[in-house]
Ligand binder design. Structure first.
Ligand SMILES: C[S@@+](CC[C@H](N)C(=O)[O-])C[C@H]1O[C@@H](n2cnc3c(N)ncnc32)[C@H](O)[C@@H]1O
Length: 380
């Protein structure tokens, strides 16, 4: 994965505080929202103002938007809500969080113990320093989330990759120069949820995985019986995902690997009338498509969710959004999700994804480390 995909912006409008300084989740579209928003449910809707692709049950009007596809204003009741929901990813397979503290975390990834910076770990370490000193790999460098740095191997030099397994999926861990190792284990909570939905569906669910990175979620879905469309802007990440597919012996599984800008892809899918039963989207704060397309979460997320709503099948099982490295409360994405899903029924559940320390043995519960915000819509 490219560094810029997760690194906070240092220049440009608002820099790293862009999120905090924006007026609200609709960002630059506030003007349009303001003119149409107040009392919008009472306003008569003339047929010619209806968007051509509005769902039968949706009462929507178009408002101005800077992108090719305008943002719709959704009417009807917002879905029910469940907040806060804290989803705790336990250690699973080859992963567990051993300990954390003093701005660092100590994790077990298969045979290796790895130390990486962790800004949220303000507390003292629980385990003695000799345990931390015996780590196999230590990331040193920029303490910014996703800053550049390098790996130090105090015990012996290690190769670039090593085999890992999670939820029955075999894949490669890799020491990347941006501290990541090819998997975000806090996603285990979402992946377990998705796996259960796919297994109990009694039909092959169609899953769309946006910003899919090394494909672990796509492989979990495919191994459970889903037909998967995986989208990522990075050729390297797609290549890595294909390697993971082979390692997992899922070569024949129905997975489309698509190297494209996520926004471009979903707009095209909407025009084509494609539908999905589950959509996972885990966008970075800032990223770029393969042709330099700019992704800015605070500018583009409302439209992304709006389009994702249109892509949901009539029997959709869920729309799952994760957000990380942003200055925002989960309420920002929760209320956006509820506005987007007005008139659709169901429930929006939002909160944080956390990982709990599990000690050296992987069985001794310790403190909870928050990793990201999430919001998911599910039909009741
Ligand atoms: C944090 S990773 C997603 C992690 C993934 N959900 C997982 O848990 O394995 C973010 C991904 O977004 C991709 N990306 C960044 N900008 C993009 C864009 N405009 N369109 C599509 N993918 C993009 C990056 O290449 C990277 O793989």
């Amino acid at each position: 994965m490219k560094n810029r995909d997760r690194r906070p912006m240092r220049s440009g409008p608002g820099g790293s505080s862009a999120g905090a300084s924006r007026p609200g989740p609709r960002g630059g579209k506030d003007g349009a929202k303001g003119s149409a928003g107040k009392g919008r449910e009472e306003r008569p809707r003339s047929a010619d103002k209806r968007p051509p692709r509005a769902e039968a049950e949706a009462s929507s009007v178009r408002v101005a938007a800077e992108s090719a596809r305008a943002l719709m204003i959704r009417t009807g009741e917002p879905p029910a809500e469940r907040v806060p929901l804290i989803l705790e990813s336990p250690g699973a397979g080859d992963f567990h969080l051993i300990d954390s503290g003093e701005g660092l975390k100590l994790e077990q990834y298969g045979p290796y113990r790895i130390v990486r910076p962790e800004a949220q770990a303000l507390w003292p370490k629980a385990l003695p320093s000799h345990v931390w000193e015996r780590a196999d790999a230590i990331f040193t460098g920029d303490t910014d989330e996703d800053g550049m740095g390098r790996w130090r191997f105090p015990r012996e030099a290690l190769g670039e990759t090593w085999p890992l397994s999670l939820l029955g999926i075999d894949f490669l861990g890799r020491f990347t120069s941006f501290r990541h190792v090819g998997v975000f284990p806090e996603q285990i909570a979402h992946w377990t949820w998705m796996k259960e939905r796919v297994e109990e569906a009694g039909r092959p669910l169609k899953v769309l995985n946006l910003f899919g990175y090394t494909g672990v979620a796509s492989l979990v879905a495919a191994s459970a019986g889903a037909e998967v469309t995986h989208v990522d802007a990075s050729k390297k990440a797609i290549g890595w995902a294909r390697e993971n597919q082979a390692l997992s012996r899922l070569d024949r599984a129905p997975i489309r690997w698509i190297c494209e800008d996520a926004m471009k892809f979903i707009q095209r899918e909407e025009r084509r009338g494609s539908r999905y039963d589950i959509i996972l989207t885990d966008p970075p704060k800032f990223g770029r498509g393969p042709n330099g397309e700019v992704w800015q979460l605070f500018d583009h997320l409302p439209l992304m969710l709006d389009i994702c709503r249109e892509l949901l099948s009539p029997k959709a099982v869920g729309l799952v959004l994760t957000a990380y490295s942003i200055r925002a409360s989960f309420y920002s994405i929760h209320e956006l999700m509820r506005e987007t899903m007005r008139g659709k029924g169901g429930i929006v559940e939002s909160g944080e994804l956390v990982i709990r320390e599990a000690g050296l043995d992987g069985k001794t519960p310790g403190r909870a480390l928050s990793t990201s915000l999430f919001s998911r819509w599910v039909p009741k």
